[in-house]
Design a protein around this ligand. Structure first.
Ligand code: FES
Length: 256
């Protein structure tokens, strides 16, 4: 393109510099052995049967192959492509769009520190910097023992509990640098702290199977639901007798 005075301006297009831009990792499986393939086909068949068009099953199938490899590998992408009758380009275009699909090996626990605006100012930036130092790894890197992959993440719609840390997408609310350090230490020790709310924690691969839509065997003890911080505004509104303004009746549309 050209600038305001006609000079040529070169704009480099491509992924963010810190993000790997392809699904090729040394040692990644290129194809599944027959036994793995047969096992995955059983799961894939169950998932695909839920959709009127099989191509609609791509997102859960990507989670399924991620549960096998911990990230999207050439073998996993090819498996999705074959099962759904899609081209490799179609599968990798979708897989590279969503950040929940990983492009490199993932530890047993994916620790995501929210560094979006509210969490950042409430301490998320400090927690992320502290965990990098404590674990000796950078963003999107995994500890040598393979237990923790650290990642900074965007808003997880839990701003009322900021700053929030997610482990395998389960919530750890109102964190501090100290509590986050204790959390990752517990993960590495094999005795993980329980999430603040929601279902019990499981490994990244188990989480990926649940996200693929396969049965979630975790006990449901009514852990879900909105927390006190989320409902604070509603409580005050009720105490004050507030009501939403009535919706005005809409004028009938005039026809010309
Ligand atoms: S800004 Fe962190 S959960 Fe919304």
């Amino acid at each position: 393109m050209t600038g305001s005075s006609g000079e040529r301006v070169f704009i480099r297009l491509g992924p963010p510099p810190e993000e790997p831009n392809q699904f090729v990792v040394d040692g990644a499986p290129q194809a599944y052995p027959p036994d793995v393939r047969a096992r995955l086909e059983v799961d894939a068949k169950e998932i695909i049967a839920r959709y009127p068009n099989k191509r609609s099953a791509l997102l859960p199938l990507l989670h399924l192959v991620q549960s096998e490899d911990s990230y999207l590998t050439p073998a996993g992408l090819e498996f999705c492509s074959e099962q759904l009758g899609l081209t490799g380009a179609e599968v990798s275009a979708v897989g590279s769009f969503y950040t929940m699909y990983r492009r490199g090996p993932t530890g047993e626990y994916l620790v995501g520190v929210c560094t979006n605006t509210l969490c950042a100012v409430m301490g998320g930036d400090a927690i992320f910097a502290d965990l990098k130092e404590h674990l000796g790894i950078g963003n999107d890197q995994t500890t040598g023992d393979g237990t923790v992959t650290l990642q900074h993440i965007e808003c997880n719609a839990a701003c009322d509990f900021a700053p929030v840390v997610m482990v395998n997408w389960e919530f750890y609310d109102n964190q501090t640098s100290e509590s986050a350090r204790e959390l990752v230490d517990s993960l590495r020790s094999g005795e993980p702290k329980a999430p603040t709310r929601g279902a019990p924690l499981c490994t990244f691969r188990q989480t990926s199977r649940i996200l693929a839509g396969l049965p979630d065997e975790r006990p449901d003890e009514g852990q879900g639901g909105a927390g006190a911080a989320t409902l604070a505004g509603l409580r005050v509104a009720k105490e004050q007798g507030m009501q939403a303004p009535a919706v005005p009746e809409s004028e009938p549309e005039s026809r010309s």
